[in-house]
Design a protein around this ligand. Structure first.
Ligand SMILES: Cc1cc2nc3c(=O)[nH]c(=O)nc-3n(C[C@H](O)[C@H](O)[C@H](O)COP(=O)(O)OP(=O)(O)OC[C@H]3O[C@@H](n4cnc5c(N)ncnc54)[C@H](O)[C@@H]3O)c2cc1C
Length: 298
């Protein structure tokens, strides 16, 4: 059995305390939340922090709240908690869809939303979902809290906007302005239940009263999409009426513009095909969720 290198361990009692510990030991300190990504990396010696700052006692980092036109999800919210939340199921079904296919109950009971997005694994499911929803991240540092859109949060594989001396506090998802109908959906193809994605897609739609798409978000998982987003596909739909043809064109753009790599989960062409097809299916499902059935969705 592989063991991590020697490290010190401290439990932070508040965000301030965590920031103090991180700053004092930067860049050799790392936050630990659920530990489901960091501990395996430490065992493989891919990460060798000298200090682990445990944030599990920091109550300010927990909780799901709805109000002021947004949903606020604390960084320490566990996958299982997100999945069990009726508010999330009702307002942001894409997150429930994604959570249902993340690993198994063991991982979901312990792993956190913040840990998932901070890990920024290209195959991680929540990143595409939050990017499609156009969420923003609140990040605390010594100068206070700064806000970063999810679309600028991911800097590349395993790299995010969160600096070594900062703590991700929460993600905020804007709710639809009055008059717009919304819907969202996530679909994943995996080799067996609970496995990492071969490919996956997330779609979120904001429908105007005249039936055009006021806004649309399309996220892609595990296919090398920049910042987990199919921007070219979104551009083809924004301001237009969703039809089988416009949806097919967007799916084609998602397929064309992603950059998957061949690995044990499949060849490039198969992953490209999945990116397009899952984009098409999630767009239809998100529109249906918003009350608009477009033919050809099945
Ligand atoms: C067997 C297995 C299968 C899995 N399958 C899937 C899957 O199918 N899909 C999927 O999406 N995920 C999957 N995961 C990953 C799972 O979702 C983890 O929960 C997640 O990657 C990390 O969350 P964590 O809370 O455990 O983070 P940790 O391991 O504690 O931390 C991960 C990283 O985030 C940093 N971090 C954590 N919290 C914060 C914060 N608040 N502020 C700043 N930095 C922070 C840490 O320093 C570390 O660098 C799987 C994991 C395992 C072990």
């Amino acid at each position: 059995m592989q063991l991590p290198a020697h490290f010190e361990y401290r439990r932070a009692s508040s965000i301030e305390h965590a920031l103090t510990l991180l700053t004092r030991h930067a860049p050799e300190a790392r936050i630990i939340a659920g530990g489901h990504s960091l501990i395996p990396m430490m065992k493989l010696r891919l990460a060798q922090p000298e200090l682990l700052v445990d944030i599990n006692d920091v109550a300010e980092l927990g909780g799901i709240e709805v109000g002021d036109g947004e949903v606020r999800i604390g960084a320490l919210v566990r996958h299982a908690e997100l999945l069990a939340s009726p508010e999330i199921g009702k307002r942001l079904p894409v997150l429930h869809d994604a959570e249902r296919v993340i690993a198994d109950p063991l991982v979901r009971n312990r792993g956190t939303v913040g840990g998932s997005v901070c890990q920024a694994d290209p195959s991680e499911d929540l990143s595409a979902a939050f990017s499609a929803l156009r969420a923003v991240a609140d990040i605390a540092g010594s100068d206070g809290v700064r806000t970063v859109p999810m679309r600028q949060f991911f800097r590349g594989p395993y790299e995010t906007a969160v600096r070594p001396t900062e703590v991700l506090v929460r993600l905020r998802v804007p709710l639809a302005p009055a008059g717009l109908r919304t819907g969202s959906c996530y679909r994943k193809v995996d080799r067996r239940a609970g496995d990492w994605a071969v490919a996956a897609a997330a779609s979120a739609v904001w429908l105007a009263p005249d039936g055009t798409l006021a806004e649309v978000g399309i996220g892609l998982t595990a296919v090398g999409a920049r910042e987990f987003v199919a921007e070219e596909a979104e551009d083809l739909l924004r301001g237009r009426r969703p039809t089988p043809e416009t949806i097919a064109a967007a799916a084609g753009a998602a397929r064309e513009h992603c950059r998957p790599v061949a690995d044990q989960r499949g060849p490039v062409e198969y992953k490209r095909h999945l990116a397009g097809e899952l984009t098409r299916r999630t767009l239809h499902a998100a529109l249906e969720c918003a009350g608009l059935v477009v033919s050809g969705g099945r």
